[in-house]
Structure formats: C-alpha cells, structure tokens
Write a protein that binds this ligand. Structure first.
Ligand SMILES: *[C@@H]1O[C@H](CO)[C@@H](O)[C@H](O)[C@H]1NC(C)=O
Ligand SMILES: *[C@@H]1O[C@H](CO)[C@@H](O)[C@H](O)[C@H]1NC(C)=O
Ligand SMILES: *[C@@H]1O[C@H](CO)[C@@H](O)[C@H](O)[C@H]1NC(C)=O
Length: 386
C-alpha cells in the first residue's frame, strides 16, 4: 500500500513540472491525475496485473484462443453425402459394383496417380507399392522451393534409385520455385498444382482415365482404386474418406479426412486441386498419415515448409528433444487446439491422442516390410535423430 501511494506521489510531482510549462500535455496529465485519484486498489491490481497478464497470455495462446472460439465465427461446411463402401476380398467385382449401384465394365479404366512431392520418401514408397497393381501411370512433381519459399533440395531426384519399381510408369517433373518473400504459401502451392496439370498432359492422360488427386500422405486403399476402375456409373468427381493418423499408425485420430479425390478425367475441365470439389464422399477409402516421418530432421523440415508454417510461433517448437517427446505422447507439434467446428468436438479431442494397438487393415507393403518401417507401427515412437 505504501509503495503504491509513493508512486502516486511521484506522478503528482512530475505532473506539476509539466503544469508549469503549460502545455497541452500538462492538461491531459492533470486529467489523468484526476482519473487516477478516483481509482481504488482493486483497479490498480486490474491495470497493472490482470491486463499485462492478459496481454502476455494472448501473445502466447492467441492462436489457441481463436481456435477455441472457432465455433462462434465459423460454421461447419455443408456435410458430404456419404456413399457406403462395400468390400471383402472374397466378393466378386461384379457383386461389389452392383452393391454400390454401379455396373461392371468389360475392361478397367486406366489410372493416373499425381502428387506434389516435398520430402515424404517413406510414405511415398508405401503409397506407390499399395497402388502398384492398379496404377497405369505415376506422375510426380518436385520443386526446388517449399510452399513457404525456402530452397529445397531435390529429394526425389536424389532418391530415384529407390523407386526403380515404378520407372517404366513414371513421369517426373522438376519446377523452379518463384521465391517470393512474405507471400502466402498457398500461392506457391497453387502455382505448383497448375504445373502438375501440364505434367499430366505430358504423361498422356485422356478422357475417362481415373485421376487420383491427393497429397502423398493420403493413401487410397488398393481395393478402392480397383473398385472405381472396374465400375461404370461412378460419380465424375468423388472425394475419398480416409482414416486420419498422426506421426504413425499408432495414433488414430478420426475418420474425417476428405480432401483426397478421384476424377474421371475430362480434358479442359479437370483441374488438379486439393479442396472440396464435389458433395459425394466414399466411406473408409484409405489412410491419411500426417507427419509420418522416420527422422526428427524431417519433422523440422516439414514444420518449416508446410503451408501452415505460421504455427511455428516459437523457435523452441523445432527443438529435437521436444519433438521426440511430443511424438511419443501423441501431443500436438504446434501446441494447438483441435481444429473443430463445435465446442463438443473441441473438448472431446483435447489432450493427447490415445494410443491404438490395432495394426489390422494397414497397407500391405508396410506389414510385409515391418522391420524397415517399424516407426510407423504401434509401440515404436522413437525416431532416428538427425
Ligand atoms: C473365400 O472363398 C473361398 C472359395 O470360394 C472359400 O473356400 C473361403 O472359405 C472363403 N473365405 C472366406 C473368409 O469367406
Ligand atoms: C531452382 O530451379 C530453377 C530452375 O531449374 C533454377 O533456375 C534456380 O536457380 C533454382 N533455385 C535454387 C535456389 O536452387
Ligand atoms: C472409423 O471408421 C471405422 C470403419 O468404418 C470404424 O470402425 C471406426 O469406429 C470409426 N472410428 C471413429 C472414431 O469414427
């Protein structure tokens, strides 16, 4: 109490000094003094403790708070029309087509898989092996710039030897980045997707071929592709619902991944995109494994490179020990709240993702090479350092 009145006295004194100078500032100072005189202890507490603490926590948790309040300012998108998905390995293709209300074709469509590649070497291998029996042509585009405008080595080009199994079906493209400082990362991403359209033409895509549009880590099941290439009457554009995983198949999040889509190609009309392009969604069509990397250095690269890099608010987020800890706990790399549209969903997903010990229904190449890819399987959260 005594220090506070001392402070008050000081401010009064300095106010007098300005008062002698008779400036405008003095006038407002004396007004301020009047105001200060009327304040009680509680108000001081509020001004000097609560307000700074509020500003401090806004600084550290501002992004979090805005996500928590998202249900107030953003309504959920229109729900998809979900198409039930039927599959069993012992059921004939004719029956499977009929169960979906489609008819079997005399011969299957050709299938093109096109991706923008950043640094997901392991997931790309699992993806391409999973689809291998049914994909006619693989198209991959790599840039020497990340979406965020950082220089990127040609990781695919330098690992190309590991992908010899697709060589005869592969069209690879390399594109120079634009390196625009401070630009929204989604612009560079859009630019690379346009280049991917050109690469698909070069690869020889034709009308009614199937085109898979998805990120490398969104992997349609082989049987999903087989179904869609064999049936007539499928929608021209169909989104694929995928099981969402984070870090590995140990951390199952939800079934809400929908961005991947499959198109019956139409020249002049089909454009490579990764947003919502239709209202139909085929249930349980594959896996989406985000941040499923072998090495801690790959996590760091991705955190800096991906389009949401504004989420790296503090340098310590990129600390290797912290990243390893976060992975093993199933916590969030960016210390963010769940991105949901209702308070119920946000609260339901608060805290770490529970461990899952099911390794049933995973890509076959992963299980056939479990030793090589054990970091993706339950119980193996330790990553290679460096
Ligand atoms: C699959 O089909 C074969 C041959 O028709 C049959 O012997 C087998 O029991 C079936 N398996 C299952 C799991 O239904
Ligand atoms: C990126 O690639 C383009 C075209 O190949 C080249 O002109 C440019 O110098 C490269 N930039 C960097 C930073 O590697
Ligand atoms: C996700 O989908 C699978 C298969 O349809 C189902 O078994 C599982 O219960 C679903 N999980 C959640 C959390 O919705």
């Amino acid at each position: 109490m005594s220090t506070m009145s001392e402070g008050y006295y000081n401010s009064k004194k300095s106010g007098d000094i300005y008062g002698q100078q008779g400036t405008r500032a003095a006038l407002s100072m004396s007004r301020l003094r009047c105001i200060l005189r009327g304040l009680n202890f509680k108000t001081y507490m509020f001004l000097f403790l609560v307000v700074p603490m509020g500003i401090f926590s806004l600084y550290f948790h501002g992004l979090k708070i805005s996500y928590f309040l998202r249900p107030l300012w953003e309504s959920p998108p229109k729900p998809f029309h979900e198409i039930p998905h039927y599959y069993h390995e012992n059921v004939s293709m004719e029956t499977l087509c009929r169960l979906h209300g489609w008819r079997i074709r005399e011969s299957p469509r050709r299938v093109f898989d096109a991706v923008l590649f950043s640094n997901e070497v392991d997931i790309l291998t699992i993806r391409w092996k999973e689809m291998y029996p049914y994909v006619t042509h693989y198209v991959i585009l790599e840039s020497n710039s990340t979406f965020t405008g950082l220089p990127k080595p040609s990781i695919f080009a330098s690992n190309r030897d590991n992908f010899r199994f697709v060589e005869s079906r592969l069209t690879y493209g390399m594109i120079g980045g634009r390196f625009k400082k401070g630009e929204n990362p989604f612009v560079e991403e859009a630019y690379q997707r346009v280049a991917l359209d050109r690469l698909l033409k070069i690869a020889g895509i034709e009308d009614d071929d199937l085109l898979i549009m998805s990120d490398v880590d969104e992997i349609p099941c082989a049987h999903t592709i087989n179904l869609l290439r064999w049936c007539n009457g499928i929608p021209p554009v169909l989104h694929l619902q995928m099981r969402n995983y984070l870090y590995s198949f140990e951390f199952f999040l939800d079934n809400q991944s929908w961005r991947a889509s499959i198109h019956r190609y139409q020249t002049g009309k089909t454009r490579y995109a990764h947003y919502r392009q239709a209202d139909v969604l085929l249930a349980d069509a594959g896996w989406h494994c985000s941040f499923c990397f072998r090495r801690i250095s790959e996590f760091v690269f991705k955190m800096k490179a991906y389009s949401h890099n504004d989420r790296v608010r503090f340098a310590h987020y990129l600390n290797c020990n912290r990243i390893q800890d976060v992975i093993c706990k199933g916590d969030d790399l960016f210390d963010m709240l769940p991105e949901e549209y209702t308070f119920k969903d946000i609260i339901g997903k608060l805290g770490p993702i529970p461990h899952s010990y099911s390794a049933v229904h995973l890509p076959s190449y992963l299980l056939n090479n479990a030793e090589k890819y054990k970091f993706l399987l339950p119980g193996n959260c330790r990553r290679e350092s460096g």
